[in-house]
Design a protein around this ligand. Structure first.
Ligand SMILES: [Fe+2]
Ligand SMILES: [Fe+2]
Length: 278
């Protein structure tokens, strides 16, 4: 099904949470391991602007539909960060967007796509770069969508307010998936070179969303929290199945492999007890 970019840009809006009772977090705070994961997710969402900045130097921004999408997408991801920051704030965890952004921009953040640009240099131009970029984005959005649904399911019975917020965020991630996957499908189908490069790039360079900006321990915590065990593994295989259905990407298991490499297995482990409150 075609993605209607005009409809999307007209309807794009901040994720709503003004009607949700965040006072509930003060009556019934979230557990530490969930706050740690939310902090990671908040950072990743806020980081989108740096990613966008890098993308604007690539051939993708010359594609009008991609440029239109990325403008709205960047705002929506920022608002996801803002919503998660508001939840964290109720737990005395302060995430300062401006400070975060200034630090990242100063450090000269480089995305994982950078080595791909370097590896292929001028061979990777125009439409082929956009195809790889779209496949990459689709893998990331499928992952984000699965992560939010998973956390909503894990916390749903104890913390329905959080679960509702996460479901609303995931609804927008579903639209992001639709854009990236539609673009990737069409562009990869048209170019053998793009298929070869996308396959190589995803297999060699892809890592869990956020793994270029967070400490390895944090990546391991979040991936373990959300994807360790048989239920998590089912979701991870679902993401890989979606990716592998894109033209030229059959048989890839990039998400499962990246988790295995970090010691996140399909084995159901006993949850580690929460540290006692100080
Ligand atoms: Fe998001
Ligand atoms: Fe997204």
């Amino acid at each position: 099904m075609a993605f209607d970019i005009v409809k999307y840009t007209r309807a794009s809006d901040a994720v709503g949470w003004g009607d949700l009772d965040f006072d509930e977090f003060e009556r019934n705070p979230l557990p530490q391991h969930t706050l740690r994961s939310l902090r990671y997710m908040c950072d990743v969402e806020y980081h989108t602007v740096c990613y966008l900045r890098d993308m604007l130097t690539t051939p993708s921004h010359k594609e009008p539909e991609i440029a239109a999408f990325m403008t709205m997408w960047n705002r929506e991801e920022f608002w996801h960060g803002e919503a998660l920051a508001a939840v964290l704030e109720r737990h005395d965890i302060h995430v300062d967007y401006s400070a975060l952004k200034a630090k990242r921009l100063k450090l000269g953040f480089k995305d994982r796509l950078d080595p791909i640009k370097q590896s292929f240099g001028s061979n990777l131009i125009g439409l082929d770069f956009a195809a790889v970029h779209m496949a990459w984005g689709a893998a990331n959005e499928w992952s984000a969508n699965a992560a939010y649904h998973r956390l909503a399911a894990l916390e749903g019975s104890e913390h329905p307010v959080l679960a509702e917020l996460l479901k609303r965020i995931a609804q927008q991630e579903t639209k992001h998936v639709a854009f990236y996957a539609t673009q990737a499908r069409e562009r990869l189908a048209k170019s053998k070179k793009a298929r070869v490069i996308a396959r190589f790039a995803l297999r060699k360079f892809w890592g869990p969303v956020g793994s270029t900006i967070a400490e390895p321990d944090e990546v391991k915590h979040v991936m373990g929290h959300l994807f360790q065990g048989s239920e998590g593994r089912k979701l991870v295989r679902g993401i890989d199945t979606h990716i592998a259905r894109l033209p030229g990407l059959d048989g890839l298991m990039i998400v499962e492999n990246s988790l295995e490499a970090r010691g996140i297995t399909a084995e159901d482990l006993e949850p580690t007890p929460e540290p006692a409150a100080a």
